[in-house]
Design a binder for this molecule. Structure first.
Ligand SMILES: Cc1cc2nc3c(=O)[nH]c(=O)nc-3n(C[C@H](O)[C@H](O)[C@H](O)COP(=O)(O)O)c2cc1C
Length: 441
């Protein structure tokens, strides 16, 4: 698809710096000056623009629209996306006091339902793992993967420190907020708050088996209460303009998965949910730890595929035990999407191949992504974020490469020290460089 883009007036910020949108606008203007551009050219300009966005905090809204324009869930032509966004910014003024609100308007304006046949590659929600820093790293490795937050309970969203629990960087888009809860009105309120923060999807957790979650009567034990889940998602859908989705198990304990999965999905579909991520094993609520519940109950992918075949109108994403992109590709022959958890976290380098393998984009260079992440780490350190909170997500990034063990060891030994700065990360990376040079010599 080739399309022309009209050259727009540069937007100057009120404080006179005129840089945030101006910097991005300059890139767009130079693209436009070439007369026309197509989707690949656009994705070519996105990475430098994302890096610009890191440096100018008030360009968040700009970055949101740019990242959203290549999102798996956005099927509008990229030029319309950008044009919509720029119109919104022009209408509101680039110096609008609430950039996030502008970003949400842009997101809402460009969010479209999944196109038929559009595949999803998602990184699963994982407590303590898929925090905002992890998601930035993952986004630098793939522009197309759909990212999820850790589960946040509805009560925490409503009563807790929202900036800490929900804050995220615009470059993470598309990013879905996963909520835990079982109270329709509370979930609706939490979903509304999440959508206002700019999340592109709100997901309900119907799969977590931990004791804490069971005592709150939510998570996997909701597999026993499909009518309540339907009430919850109906209330959430009524509260937000973005998709409400469900992540579930096949069933729990002695439930017959052939029945429990279909009943749960049908109840939610009746309430208007069209997208489901299914962890393709039951959860055993008595006697198994959450960790064992990710290993011991056997996987049954075939059941998930059959449910998809019977309900072609629904989008079914398969999750559980998918370790490689080859395996993911095989699942995609039977399901609309794949969701990887541990493999993506422990070996994030596989994400660098996702755009090329599944979305017709370019493979990402790990070293370029690492450079960009170093910029991000530097900016976050300046805001007081401890180094370890960001570098812990990189430990598996170079697995299999010469020097990877030294890299990990250096970070493990030094990144948690008080006052640890970017130098620790640079020194860890130097181990890789040296080992690489030695191997090449
Ligand atoms: C450390 C960890 C934390 C997890 N936290 C969540 C969570 O917050 N919400 C959720 O729905 N699933 C959670 N899960 C389950 C994963 O989303 C996923 O369903 C599971 O790991 C199976 O996928 P995998 O085999 O690709 O890892 C967690 C898994 C791990 C390993």
């Amino acid at each position: 698809m080739r399309a022309s883009l009209s050259v727009r007036k540069p937007i100057v910020t009120q404080n006179g710096r005129g840089v945030s949108l101006g910097a991005g606008d300059a890139c767009l203007t130079s693209c436009a000056a070439s007369g026309s551009y197509d989707q690949p050219t656009l994705s070519g300009v996105l990475s430098p623009l994302r890096r610009i966005a890191f440096r100018y905090p008030d360009s968040e809204h700009f970055a949101v629209a740019l990242t959203a324009s290549t999102a798996p869930r956005v099927n509008a032509p990229a030029r319309d996306t950008l044009a919509n966004f720029l119109d919104i910014v022009e209408m509101n003024g680039a110096n609008h006091p609430d950039n996030r609100r502008i970003a949400i308007s842009a997101m809402t304006a460009i969010s479209k339902p999944l196109a038929a046949g559009q595949k999803i590659f998602a990184v699963a929600p994982m407590m303590e793992w898929t925090d905002r820093h992890c998601r930035v790293l993952h986004r630098l490795l793939s522009s197309q993967a759909l990212l999820y937050t850790e589960m946040v309970t509805a009560e925490a969203v409503i009563r807790g420190d929202r900036a800490r629990l929900l804050g995220f960087d615009a470059v993470e888009h598309p990013v879905a907020l996963q909520l835990g809860g079982a109270e329709p009105t509370r979930l609706a309120e939490a979903a509304r708050i999440g959508a206002e923060f700019g999340y592109s999807e709100i997901n309900l957790n119907v799969g977590c088996p931990s004791d804490r979650v069971q005592s709150g009567r939510f998570g996997a034990c909701l597999m026993r209460e499909p009518a309540l889940v339907a009430d919850c998602v109906a209330a959430m859908r009524a509260a937000v303009p973005v998709p409400v989705t469900v992540k579930c198990r096949l069933g729990v304990d002695d439930q017959n998965p052939e029945e429990s999965l279909r009943t749960l999905i049908d109840a939610c579909a009746q309430a208007g949910v069209t997208i489901f991520a299914v962890h393709a094993r039951k959860a055993w609520l008595e006697g198994l730890s959450p960790k064992d519940n990710r290993e011991k109950p056997p996987l049954d992918y075939d059941l998930v595929y059959r449910v998809k075949r019977e309900r072609p109108e629904l989008t079914i994403v398969v999750n559980g035990g998918i370790a490689t992109l080859d395996e993911a590709a095989r699942h995609l022959e039977h399901a609309d999407g794949v969701m990887l958890g541990r493999a993506a976290y422990q070996s994030p380098a596989i994400l660098a191949q996702v755009d090329a393998r599944f979305f017709g984009g370019d493979a990402r260079e790990i070293d370029a992504a690492t450079d960009a992440y170093c910029d991000y780490v530097g900016a976050q350190l300046a805001k007081g974020v401890p180094l370890h909170a960001m570098t812990k997500h990189m430990l598996g990034l170079f697995s299999g490469r010469p020097g990877a063990r030294l890299f990990r060891r250096h970070l493990s030994e030094n990144a948690t020290r008080a006052g640890a700065g970017i130098g620790v990360l640079r020194d860890a990376l130097a181990h890789l460089q040296r080992a690489g040079d030695l191997a090449a010599a």
